[in-house]
Design a protein around this ligand. Structure first.
Ligand code: NAD
Length: 354
């Protein structure tokens, strides 16, 4: 039986990873370390018997050392972060604290327990990062590869870039066995409704505007969160210490196309699912009108990166990573999950959704 420490495991991707790992590795014990910021939610992992939630901060190096020692942990999968670009623009400090100092605190604890004293235990520190560290692409630039120069543009991506460099340095300097994956925009269940896809789905259900930044032509690669979990599993299994791997969904789309597909899926759901119009009477689709009427253009985000695209050749060839969902099926499953799990998201809306 292997023991894993999953930081940020009550958040969106970490929570999905806990569900995925428990399903695929039923004998493993999972310790989740999460301080439950606004983005963390105990209910996300409440039903996973193999997972134990320790409410604590990754900056508490002593706590992490104790967890590694007392639970016999040999693998850290590090998701914990401040993750919302808009929040980093209005308040960068928390991003520096958690993403940079927090990652350094974890690395220090891992080094002390796994390397100091010459115990030489088998271990792995896997760090989750983002394609945003590479900056912004022009329309015909080649996609980001692992050797693309780092050019972070927001306080969020700058703090993630700094954490990536620290992870790399602990490998180079101390010999810590690290791997890093840089992924594109995730979507799927348990996604906090401040991010584009859940925000638009839930606004569509309550008849609220769908705010589109700028001209809506910013391009992102979209990755279904379970495919991302599969990619992380492949990196843990087949990844070479010291290496980084890009993980994408192979679905490069401008925001306007994403929004149009959400509108189409919501209209389709109202046409197909009995009782939705009664549950969500304020939705245009409940009154037979198109969801697209809610589209509203708003002032662009400051410093908004124009295009991200992922070249995942290395992950496919060296990790045997293959995404399984295309955007259409992934989006449909995501909408169905939100329709079936109102008890999870309703309390997260301003005023509890009232
Ligand atoms: P999230 O904001 O949904 O979850 C973050 C979790 O970390 C929360 O549960 C929060 O409570 C916890 N946390 C924050 N600060 C902490 C601290 N100091 N100590 C302990 N726990 C703390 O984030 P997410 O979207 O699940 O992202 C997970 C990781 O993936 C992040 O590192 C992020 O940078 C990276 N990433 C996310 C995306 C995406 O599309 N969501 C894309 C690329 C990379």
């Amino acid at each position: 039986m292997a023991n894993l420490l999953v930081t940020g495991g009550a958040g969106f991707i970490g929570g999905n990873f806990v569900h995925y790992w428990a399903k695929e590795h039923p004998g493993d014990a999972i310790v989740v370390l999460d301080c439950l910021t606004y983005a963390g939610n105990r209910s996300t992992i409440a039903g996973v018997e193999q997972a134990e939630l320790v409410v604590g901060d990754i900056r508490d190096t002593g706590l992490v050392e104790r967890l590694l020692q007392e639970r016999g942990i040999g693998t850290i999968v590090h998701f914990a972060a401040e993750s919302h670009v808009d929040r980093s623009i209005t308040g960068p400090d928390a991003f520096i604290e958690t993403n940079i100092l927090g990652t350094n605190s974890l690395l220090k604890a891992a080094r002390k327990v796994w390397l100091d004293g010459g115990t030489g235990v088998e271990h792995r520190f896997h760090h989750i990062s983002t394609d945003e560290v590479y900056g912004s692409l022009g329309p015909s630039d080649p996609a980001f590869s692992e050797s693309t120069q780092y050019q972070p543009n927001s306080p969020y991506s700058a703090s993630k870039a700094a954490s990536d460099h620290l992870v790399r340095a602990y490998h180079h300097t101390y010999g810590l066995q690290v791997t890093t994956t840089n992924c594109s925009n995730n979507y799927g269940p348990y996604h906090y409704p401040e991010k584009l896809i859940p925000l638009f789905m839930l606004n569509a259900l309550s008849g609220k505007p769908l705010p589109i930044y700028g001209d809506g032509m910013n391009v992102r690669d979209w990755l279904y969160v379970e495919d991302h979990c599969r990619g992380i599993e492949a990196a843990l299994k087949n990844g070479k210490p010291g290496e980084t791997y890009n993980i994408g969904g192979g679905e490069e789309l401008p925001n306007l196309a994403v929004i149009d597909r959400i509108c189409t899926e919501v209209d389709r759901a109202f046409a197909e699912i009995e009782g939705l119009a009664q549950r969500f009477p304020a939705a245009p689709a409940a009154q037979g009108r198109p969801t697209a009427e809610l589209k509203t253009f708003v002032e662009d985000r400051k410093g908004h990166d124009r295009r991200y695209a992922i070249d995942e050749t290395k992950a496919r060839s060296e990790l045997a990573y293959v995404p399984q969902q295309d955007f259409e099926t992934g989006l449909r499953q995501t909408l169905r999950w939100y329709l079936d799990n109102e008890a999870w998201w309703r309390p997260l809306l301003p005023g509890g959704g009232g």
